[in-house]
Design a protein around this ligand. Structure first.
Ligand code: 6CS
Length: 316
C-alpha cells in the first residue's frame, strides 16, 4: 500500500511531526506493507486545495483544520466559537477524544463530503499577535485588520469584537503582516514562533480565547475499502497518537514561548489578559453561539447543544 498524507504545517511543527510518526508506526506494524509519504505544507497548494484533494481521493490521509472546511461542513464551524472549550487543555483533549457530538454527529457531516475525521486533537490554546495596538480590550479590535482562516463563523467571531477580518492562507501571512495588509492574527504559540510571525509583530496577547483543534481525516471511500487488518492497524495508530500529539504540542508551546520571550533581536511585548479582561471578550463571544444555531442548519444547533452538555459534564 502506498498512501499520501498531507498536512498544513512544515517539518518541526505539530501536524507534520504527527504525520511522520504516524507513517513510521504504520510501516512498523505492517512490516513495511504500508508506505506513507508525508507532505509538508506548500507543495500541494493551499489548505483549501488540500481538502479538495482529500475529498477526491488523490490523497488518502490529511490533517485538516476545521477552519478550512467552513463553507463546506458548516456545522464544523463550532470550533470557531471563542470560550467554548475549558481553559484546562488536558480536559479539552479528553472532550475531543470522547465527545459523541464530534465523533458521531460531526463525523457524519464530514462523511457526506467523503471525508472521515478519525480524531480531533488540540494544538494548543490560541493567542493573538498584533501591530499598532496591543490587544487588551474589545475596543482595541475596533477596525482592526485581522487575518483569519476561511470560515464565516471565525469572521463573525471577530466582527463581534468590532474587527475587520480577512481570510487568507497562512502561506501568505508573514508578508501580509510585514506589509500591513493585516495587523494581526491568532494561533497557538508554537506556530507563532516557528512561522516567525513574532518577527513582524509588536505584541502578543495571551488571551486563551479558543483552542486550536485539528483533525486526522481519511478519504471515506478509501477508508471503507481497506482490508480489515490494515484498517485495524490504522485505528490503533490513531488511538496511540492521541497522547503522543498532546505531549508534542505541550512541549513545543512551552519551549517556543520562552524563545519568543528571549528573542532580543525581534522583541515582542507579551501581554497576559486577566480573568476580568477575558470576561469582556467572553460576553461579546457568547451571542455568536446563537448566530451559529440560527444560520448553519437544524443539526448545527443540536450538535452544539450536545457539545455544551458534554463540556459541562466534563467540568464537573
Ligand atoms: O493559521 C493557520 O492557518 C495555520 N495554523 C496552524 C496552527 N496550523 C496550520 C494552519 O494552516
Amino acid at each position: 500500500f502506498q498512501w499520501d498524507f498531507v498536512t498544513e504545517e512544515t517539518q518541526g511543527q505539530v501536524q507534520y511531526e504527527y504525520a511522520a510518526e504516524f507513517a513510521e508506526r504504520m510501516a512498523e506494524k505492517s512490516d513495511g506493507r504500508v508506505e506513507i509519504t508525508v507532505y509538508p505544507f506548500g507543495g500541494l497548494g493551499d489548505e483549501v486545495d488540500q481538502v479538495e484533494q482529500l475529498q477526491m481521493g488523490s490523497t488518502e490521509l490529511a490533517i485538516v483544520s476545521p477552519g478550512f472546511t467552513g463553507t463546506m461542513v458548516q456545522e464544523a464551524q463550532l470550533f470557531a466559537l471563542h470560550f467554548l472549550f475549558p481553559d484546562d487543555i488536558a480536559l479539552t483533549q479528553e472532550i475531543l477524544n470522547t465527545s459523541e457530538a464530534l465523533n458521531v454527529h460531526l463525523r457524519e457531516k464530514y462523511e457526506e463530503h467523503n471525508m472521515t475525521p478519525l480524531a480531533y486533537f488540540t494544538e494548543g490554546a490560541m493567542q493573538w499577535t498584533s501591530n499598532d495596538v496591543p490587544l487588551k480590550t474589545p475596543a482595541d479590535f475596533e477596525g482592526f485588520k485581522m487575518r483569519i482562516q476561511q470560515s464565516p463563523l471565525i469572521s463573525e467571531s471577530y466582527e463581534a469584537y468590532g474587527a475587520d477580518p480577512t481570510a487568507m492562507s497562512w502561506g501568505e501571512l508573514y508578508p501580509s503582516l510585514e506589509q500591513g495588509v493585516v495587523q494581526g492574527q491568532e494561533n497557538p504559540i508554537f506556530f507563532i514562533e516557528d512561522a516567525g510571525f513574532h518577527e513582524v509583530q509588536e505584541y502578543m496577547t495571551i488571551s486563551n480565547h479558543n483552542n486550536y483543534v485539528a483533525m486526522t481525516v481519511v478519504n471515506t471511500d478509501f477508508y471503507e475499502s481497506l482490508p480489515e487488518d490494515i484498517r485495524k492497524m490504522m485505528d490503533e495508530t490513531v488511538e496511540e497518537m492521541r497522547d503522543v500529539v498532546f505531549e508534542m504540542q505541550e512541549t513545543m508551546n512551552a519551549e517556543l514561548l520562552e524563545k519568543i520571550e528571549e528573542d532580543t533581536e525581534n522583541p515582542t511585548e507579551v501581554i497576559t489578559l486577566t480573568e476580568e479582561e477575558r470576561q469582556a471578550f467572553r460576553e461579546l463571544a457568547l451571542p455568536v453561539r446563537q448566530f451559529f444555531r440560527d444560520n448553519y442548519g437544524e443539526d448545527a444547533g443540536k450538535i452544539l447543544d450536545l457539545m455544551e452538555q458534554e463540556i459541562e459534564a466534563a467540568q464537573q
